[in-house]
Ligand binder design. Sequence first.
Ligand SMILES: NC(=O)c1ccc[n+]([C@@H]2O[C@H](COP(=O)([O-])OP(=O)(O)OC[C@H]3O[C@@H](n4cnc5c(N)ncnc54)[C@H](OP(=O)(O)O)[C@@H]3O)[C@@H](O)[C@H]2O)c1
Length: 301
Amino acid sequence: MKLLITGATGLVGKKLVTLLLQKGHSVHYLSTSKVKIQSLSNYKGFYWDIKKGTIDKECIEGVDVIVHLAGASIAKRWTKEYKKEILKSRVHSANLLYTLLKEQTHTVKHFVSASGTAIYPESIDGVYDETTIEKEKSFLSNVVQEWEQAADLFSQLGVKVCKLRTGVVLDRKEGALPEMAKPIQMGVGASMGKGTQIQSWIHIEDLVQMYSFVIDHQLEGVYNAVSPNPVSNAVLTRAIAKVLRRPLFLPNIPRFVMDLILGEMDYLLFSSKNLASYKIQKEGFVFQFPNIDSALEKIYK
Ligand SMILES: NC(=O)c1ccc[n+]([C@@H]2O[C@H](COP(=O)([O-])OP(=O)(O)OC[C@H]3O[C@@H](n4cnc5c(N)ncnc54)[C@H](OP(=O)(O)O)[C@@H]3O)[C@@H](O)[C@H]2O)c1
């Protein structure tokens, strides 16, 4: 099978490419950075400039599945300008691919897009699943809604569409976990606010296996890409401290302090998303790391 991956050079993309190549697939990828473009027999890069609306049309040749992971990081200060970048890097990029498929003969049958959990309402006790209609009213929720709408357009071309609403991805070197672990390693770790906010997380290996599963089974619709056991911020903080063998003695950090430091982006630390994973499990997907302690053990040992 030949796949075209956007954002292939990021945290999820790199691990997914490794798995797909191991399984004998061939990968084309689109990059916004010319220096990241390589041309090997089974791993071939193509350049696109989303702002200018240009794309190397050859990227689509012989492709069966598109995996759309590209997007500007949400972990940079949310200025007015940067918020536009967060949105456009996900939506305009999907639109660029849609136009390419519309205008050109192609062999694409499946479009699998990353998506986010911000679309769901805040919740501590109640668990939300993919049937939830209610949407959170926030900047990031709006981004997710527009991102999913851009993905859904592909169904008009007869292409199956699948969206993975991804929780906090846990990896040792990249993403949120190293940022959470840093103060704990330095002995100044603490929970955020009340610490009761729920964090729906997923181990990076489970996430890339889930992408592969969705592709193999040609799944359509929305799936939560979160482990079956979400935890509170306090439990997560304690679990990281335990695996790193560091003490936690500082009081919780009040939200107004983080708001002063991060501004609106403090949402990432304080929003509470309690999400179910049973839809993908009912399809037959088995999590290797369903519990936070074993996931962190695997990551750090
Ligand atoms: N990691 C998480 O915890 C998490 C959670 C929920 C959802 N997600 C979503 O899953 C997707 C993959 O996540 P990730 O952690 O692998 O992201 P990542 O490490 O930040 O990588 C994203 C990739 O997108 C491309 N990119 C960066 N800025 C861009 C821009 N302005 N315009 C177009 N492309 C740009 C880059 O590839 P090039 O430089 O090659 O163009 C980059 O390697 C993202 O859409 C992310 O929002 C991630």
